[in-house]
Design a protein. Structure first.
Length: 552
C-alpha cells in the first residue's frame, strides 16, 4: 500500500457546491471533496488518450479511478501552523457561552444539568489537551445574470405602462434569450491551503499517479463550478513522505481503556437490507462487526445526517441525491479486544460505497481526552510571517496584470463591435452555423483557425450560401473576404497578425494597451490576439443576426 500526500492552495474562490441554500444560490463545502480532486487527475491522465477516446471498462482505468482500489481522500484545511486537520467529532460539547472548554462525551459522559451545545467549528487540530478550531474562510458574492438585449435582468415579458398585455404594448424576450436572475455564491475564499492524499492498494499504480501529480504541479488546476467567472483556480504541490510520516507519528497514543471509539473522518454511505441509504447506528454496528470479525456491543452513538449529491461533467447531469452518515459522527463500543492489525487495515480500506471518492473513512480510538482547552492564540511572530518570496510575488503580479489587460480589451472589443456595420447580412441560419464553429474554437484552451477556414471553404462551394456572404458588406469589403483576411485562411504556418493590424481591427491604435505592476508587464502574444479576433468575429455576426431579426 502506497500513499501520495499533497496540498491544494486556492488562488481563486472555489465553488464545489453542497446541497444547501435556495435554488438561486450555491454554497460550497467546507472542504474539497475527493470526487472533485479525482476528476482533476482523470482529466490529466486521459489528456494524451483523448484523440483515441477512453474506455471505462479498461481494467487499468477502473483500478486507478473507479473500483476503489485507489482512493482519493477529501482535502481538509491546514491550520495556522500547517498541521493537517480533521472533522470535529459530534461528541464534542461545551457549556453554553463557555466555548473555551470542550468536553468529549464519547470518552466520559458529563452532567446533564448543564446547558450543552455542539462545537460550531468544522475542523480541528490537536496537541495533547489543546485543540485549535478551524473554520474555513468564505467568500460571498452576489451575481446578476443579465439579459443580453437590455443589459440588465428582465422578466419573460414586461407590460406597458397602460397595464394592457397585448403583443403590441409588451416587451417580449426572444426564444433564444434568457430572463435575468440574481443569485448568490458562498464559496471557499482564496488563499487557503488544504491537504489530501491518494491511497494505492496496488503499489505499481503509485509511480503512474505520482507522475500525473508531478505534471499538475507544473501549472494550475481548476476546481468546482463557474470556472470562467473567476472561480476555481488552484495550485497543487506534493508533500515529502518524511513530513507525512512525522505527522502520523505525532498522533500515535494509547487507546482509551475498555472502549472502542469509532470516528467518521468522512461521510459514509451505507444501504440497509432494502437497498436504501440510511443513517442507522445499528447498521453501522453490524457493518463494523462483520469487518472486524467480532460481535460489537454499542454503548453510545453521536450521529449526524447529510444529503449528498454531485455533478458528472462527462454526462452533464447531476448525480442522485443520497443520505449519508455525516463526517464527525462517533460510535462508542465496549472494548471488544480486536486485533490492532484489523483496525489499521479497516482504517486504510474504509467502509461503505463510493470509497474511491473519499467516502467511508473511519478512525479508531483517536479521541482519548475527556476535557480539552481551545487555543485561540493566532500564529504571529511579527512582520516576517507576511513576507512572501519574490517568485510568489511575481506570480501574483503576473495574474493581476493579465486580468487587468483582459478587462481593458473586453471594453475596447465591445466598443469596436458597435462601430462595425454590416450591410445585407446572410440569413440567420447561415450566421448560426458559422458562429457555432467560431464558438467551438473560442472555448478551446488553444484556439485555432483551420476548422473555421475549412467551413468557409465549404461555403464557397455552395452557390446559394456563397452569394449571401458575398453580397454582405463589412467595413466596406465582402464578408467572406473580411473573414478570410482576419483568419489568414490559405496561408501556411501558424496564425499570426502584426500588432498594428490587430490594433486597427479592435480600434485601439494609439492607445496604451498593456497593464503593469512594478516591472511586471502583461504580454500580448499571437494566442491572445487570435482569441480576441475570434471574439470580434462572433460579436459582429451576433450583431448582424440581431438586426436581421428586428428587420423581419
Amino acid at each position: 500500500m502506497k500513499v501520495i500526500h499533497y496540498r491544494i492552495h486556492l488562488l481563486e474562490p472555489t465553488l464545489v457546491t453542497s446541497l444547501q441554500g435556495d435554488p438561486n444560490s450555491g454554497v460550497a463545502f467546507d472542504y474539497l471533496p475527493g470526487s472533485a480532486l479525482r476528476g482533476i487527475l482523470i482529466s490529466k491522465y486521459l489528456l494524451p488518450k483523448s484523440a483515441n477516446g477512453s474506455d471505462a471498462s479498461d481494467a487499468t482505468l477502473r483500478r486507478l479511478f473507479f473500483d476503489g482500489t485507489t482512493r482519493y481522500l477529501n482535502g481538509y484545511p491546514l491550520d495556522a501552523y500547517d498541521h493537517p486537520s480533521l472533522p470535529v467529532p459530534a461528541s464534542w460539547q461545551h457549556v453554553k457561552e463557555k466555548e473555551g472548554e470542550i468536553f468529549d462525551f464519547a470518552v466520559e459522559a458529563q452532567d446533564g444539568e448543564q446547558q450543552w451545545q455542539s462545537v460550531s467549528a468544522s475542523f480541528y487540530t490537536q496537541s495533547g489537551n489543546t485543540v485549535r478550531l478551524i473554520r474555513p474562510a468564505r467568500n460571498i458574492a452576489v451575481h446578476t445574470q443579465r439579459t443580453a438585449r437590455f443589459g440588465r435582468a428582465m422578466p419573460e415579458y414586461r407590460p406597458s405602462r397602460s397595464g394592457q398585455a397585448s403583443r403590441r404594448s409588451t416587451i417580449w424576450l426572444d426564444k433564444d434569450e434568457i430572463p435575468g436572475a440574481v443569485y448568490r455564491y458562498d464559496a471557499l475564499a482564496a488563499g487557503q491551503t488544504f491537504r489530501a492524499a491518494i491511497i494505492c492498494d496496488n503499489d505499481t499504480d503509485e509511480p503512474t499517479l505520482r507522475d500525473v501529480m508531478q505534471d499538475l504541479t507544473a501549472g494550475y488546476v481548476t476546481l468546482g463550478g463557474s470556472r470562467s467567472g473567476g472561480y476555481g483556480q488552484a495550485r497543487i504541490s506534493l508533500i515529502d513522505n518524511d513530513d507525512a510520516d512525522r505527522d502520523a507519528a505525532e498522533d500515535d497514543k494509547d487507546a482509551p481503556e475498555g472502549k472502542l471509539i469509532v470516528t467518521l473522518q468522512s461521510d459514509v454511505l451505507l444501504r440497509d437490507e432494502r437497498g436504501q441509504f440510511v443513517v442507522d447506528p445499528e447498521l453501522l454496528c453490524r457493518v463494523l462487526s462483520r469487518h472486524l470479525g467480532v460481535e460489537l456491543d454499542l454503548k453510545d452513538a453521536f450521529l449526524k445526517a447529510e444529503v449528498i449529491g454531485g455533478f458528472n461533467r462527462k454526462w452533464g447531469l447531476p448525480l442522485p441525491q443520497t443520505l449519508a452518515v455525516r463526517m464527525g459522527s462517533v460510535l462508542v463500543f465496549k472494548g471488544p479486544g480486536c486485533d490492532p492489525t484489523l483496525l489499521d487495515d479497516l482504517e486504510i480500506r474504509g467502509i461503505g460505497e463510493r470509497r474511491a471518492e473519499g467516502f467511508g473513512r473511519i478512525a479508531f480510538n483517536r479521541q482519548r481526552v475527556e476535557e480539552l482547552t481551545v487555543d485561540y492564540t493566532p500564529k504571529s511572530h511579527g512582520l516576517a510571517d507576511f513576507i512572501v518570496s519574490e517568485v510568489e510575488a511575481r506570480k501574483l503580479a503576473r495574474l493581476m496584470v493579465d486580468r487587468m489587460l483582459r478587462q481593458r480589451l473586453d471594453e475596447w472589443l465591445l466598443a469596436a463591435v458597435n462601430e462595425i456595420k454590416i450591410n445585407n447580412p446572410p440569413s440567420n441560419t447561415q450566421i448560426s452555423r458559422l458562429r457555432g464553429v467560431v464558438l467551438e474554437e473560442i472555448r478551446k484552451a488553444a484556439p485555432g483557425t483551420d476548422k473555421i477556414c475549412k467551413f468557409i471553404d465549404s461555403i464557397e462551394k455552395r452557390s446559394s450560401a456563397r452569394r449571401q456572404f458575398e453580397r454582405s458588406i463589412v467595413d466596406g469589403e465582402p464578408l467572406l473576404r473580411w473573414l478570410k483576411d482576419l483568419l489568414r485562411c490559405g496561408r501556411e504556418g501558424a496564425w499570426t497578425m502584426a500588432d498594428n493590424d490587430w490594433r486597427n481591427r479592435l480600434r485601439i491604435s494609439g492607445v496604451e494597451v498593456g497593464a503593469r505592476i512594478g516591472d511586471v508587464k502583461a504580454e500580448i502574444n499571437d494566442g491572445l490576439r487570435l482569441e480576441y479576433v475570434l471574439q470580434l468575429i462572433d460579436l459582429v455576426l451576433a450583431h448582424a443576426a440581431k438586426e436581421h431579426r428586428e428587420e423581419n
